[in-house]
Design a protein around this ligand. Structure first.
Ligand code: SF4
Length: 234
């Protein structure tokens, strides 16, 4: 279900003004998750219907270019995502999906149906047993690899994005992730925001050399992807 909405955002799709819709469940439980309240206590948030969304889009149609489906993990809601993406595209807005990569088949089907214009795929750690710490549970790593593979075929614009979480992302992780996405068109390194993290342990202040480290990681990342961006303020 959709339980949160930002009417106008300038930061959720580079170069576009968007409306952002948040789905309320996730199959991961990342200790640094920023939207954990929506996942752990969805009942605290009101359900937002298509009628609500449609009214807001109608009001903003001169300004808004696209709609971002995020969460939680939107691709857990396959039927709802297909329905809503179809309705959004019928109204001439573009569609972006943010996903944790656990549902490659749904990504493939959305691409086949031409219902998505941009996919942002999180790569949270090097794709080995270290991923379990980042995802907060044992997940199927083959799904992440398959999602990467699907996007790298270039059927749709995409970005891989890695939030540089201290204790999870280090130089070795950047190199290992880089090897998994060698030749990608865009890799975004995102600044970590500790304040709202799910687990207390991840809420501490960032080290004073965090920014320097982030830029050092971005120089390494350039060996693997055609374009690397650092997103967010330190
Ligand atoms: S995949 Fe995203 S929404 Fe899900 S728990 Fe992790 S950070 Fe939160």
């Amino acid at each position: 279900m959709i339980r949160a909405l930002i009417e106008t955002s300038l930061v959720d799709w580079d170069g576009k003004i968007t409306t952002v819709l948040f789905f309320d469940k996730c199959n991961f439980m990342c200790p640094f998750c920023q939207n954990w309240e929506l996942i752990v206590h969805p009942e605290k948030f009101p359900v937002i219907t298509w009628e609500d969304i449609e009214k807001k889009l109608e009001k903003k149609k001169k300004w808004v270019d696209g709609v971002v489906l995020t969460g939680g993990e939107p691709l857990m809601f396959k039927k709802e995502v297909f329905d809503i993406a179809r309705k959004i595209k019928q109204r001439n807005f573009s569609v972006k999906i943010d996903t944790n990569g656990a549902y490659p088949d749904v990504i493939r089907e959305l691409l086949d149906a031409h219902l998505v214009d941009y996919v942002a795929l999180d790569i949270k750690a090097s794709i080995d047993e270290r991923y379990y710490k980042a995802a907060g549970k044992q997940i199927d790593l083959e799904n992440i690899k398959e999602s990467i593979h699907i996007l790298m075929k270039g059927r749709v614009e995409y970005e891989f994005r890695t939030t540089v979480v201290p204790g999870i992302i280090d130089e070795d992780a950047i190199k290992k992730i880089g090897e998994s996405i060698q030749g990608a068109s865009l890799w975004v390194l995102q600044t970590y925001v500790p304040k709202n993290a799910y687990r207390k342990h991840y809420r501490g202040k960032l080290d004073k050399n965090y920014s320097e480290q982030l830029h050092q990681f971005s120089s390494i990342a350039k060996h693997y992807a055609a374009k690397v961006k650092v997103r967010g303020k330190v």
